[in-house]
Design a protein around this ligand. Structure first.
Ligand code: ZN
Length: 393
């Protein structure tokens, strides 16, 4: 049986910088260039996804999202893509699947608006759908840099959906503390793992082997869903970890071992974050190659063009500055200046959360800015950014 793959074209109609259509286009192009696309099997979109969406989201939320021009349609097709994959895997038409969809879903709850680029909680809706097809216990694995707060919210008291998220708990949406383990009947079925700035393959694999795999020995999932965000990858624009393509290949292999052991190989994976399109395509192709049982990641045919340079550390992202362990305590203040050197602010560093500091970005006019970290010993580190490029929707 083949691995399923669908690039849902309607998902390209929605634009939201930096969650851009190029993220999924690049995945399709790379699969074709490296010869994997023809070995994959397509599958059908679910024909009536909103009926399934409203088994989890409120009707008010679905109506509000549907009413957003462009984005509402793209969000509906994104969730239809994931549900279609669940159905095809459930019916044994494909072995497993990767859904090249956007907008992503793992931050969405029921706020009747977009949250962190997300509209419908794609994998959470898919979990409920898998259950309706007879797969009683569902595992959701989230390897995005950011916490999968949507799945945690929806299933916090539910022992039938096990939610496992690795993330930086100081980053958006500022949730995901390890002590949040579920409540009531769902206590012990929500697992949050904070990984520090600069986390590598070995850190991620270690939490899988010491926490996730042992937990699954008693949970024994009937279906596995992956919220596959590639902002956990090295050289991402927003994430601050260094997971390599080899890391995603290896994580996928571990997920497949679990799926073979407990649920006849059933895995459906859906794209979440990842903001360096070339990097997303490399990480996703490594992930898909593993799902296909390819012996190795296909040879890279165009090493590095389009990739961002390795980021400076500390890493500055959207008004937050992430520090390697122990580094934040050495900083006296954070300063932002315009390109003409006029001061926007100078903030003393006092509130440090999980090695991250919120610089409380003020409303800025379009232009170039410089962030400057001033260390207690007098050293400074500067990082320039362009407001229009980074922040404008
Ligand atoms: Zn993310």
């Amino acid at each position: 049986m083949k691995t399923g793959f669908l690039l849902v074209k309607e998902c390209l109609e929605h634009k939201h910088h930096p969650e851009v259509p190029e993220r999924v286009v690049a995945i399709g192009e790379r699969l074709e260039k490296c010869g994997l696309l023809s070995k994959l099997s397509s599958y059908d979109l679910h024909s009536n996804p909103i009926d399934v969406v409203t088994t989890l989201h409120t009707k008010e939320h679905a109506a509000a999202i549907e009413a957003i021009p462009g984005s509402g349609k793209a969000a509906r097709f994104a969730v239809a893509g994931v549900l279609g994959a669940v159905k095809a895997v459930s019916e044994g038409k494909i072995k497993n699947a990767f859904c090249a969809i956007r907008p992503p879903g793992h931050h969405a709850t029921n706020l009747c608006k977009e949250q962190g680029y997300c509209y419908y909680a794609n994998t959470s809706v898919a979990a409920r759908y898998a259950q309706s097809l007879g797969h009683k216990k569902v595992l959701i694995i989230d390897w995005d840099f950011h916490h999968g707060n949507g799945a945690e919210d929806f299933f916090y008291d539910d022992p039938t959906v096990f939610t496992f998220s690795t993330h930086h708990a100081g980053g958006y949406p500022f949730t995901g503390l390890p002590e949040r383990i579920g409540e009531g009947a769902g206590k012990g079925f929500n697992m949050n793992c904070h990984l520090d700035v600069g986390a590598e393959d070995s850190d991620m694999i270690n939490v899988w082997k010491t926490k996730l795999l042992p937990a699954m020995e008693s949970f024994k999932p009937d279906f596995i869903l992956i919220s596959a965000g590639f902002d956990s990858r090295e050289r991402d624009k927003l994430g601050c970890w260094n997971i390599s393509d080899k890391g995603y290949f290896e994580l996928t292999r571990l997920a497949m071992q679990m799926a073979d052991k407990y649920c006849n190989g059933r895995i459906v994976s859906a794209l979440e974050g990842g903001y360096n399109p070339i990097g997303v395509s490399r990480g996703a192709v490594a992930h898909i190659a593993a799902l296909m049982n390819e012996p190795a990641i296909p040879d890279d045919f165009d090493p590095t063009p389009g990739e961002l340079q390795p980021k400076d550390k500390p890493a500055m992202r959207f008004g937050w500055i992430f520090f390697p362990d122990g580094e934040a305590e050495k900083i006296a203040s954070i300063e932002m200046r315009r390109s003409d050197n006029s001061l926007v602010y100078n903030l003393p560093v006092t509130n440090i959360k999980m090695n991250a500091v919120n610089t409380k970005l003020p409303s800025l006019e379009v232009g170039s800015y410089i962030n400057r970290l001033i260390y207690k010993d007098g050293r400074t580190i500067e990082s320039a950014f362009d407001y229009e490029q980074v922040f404008k929707g």
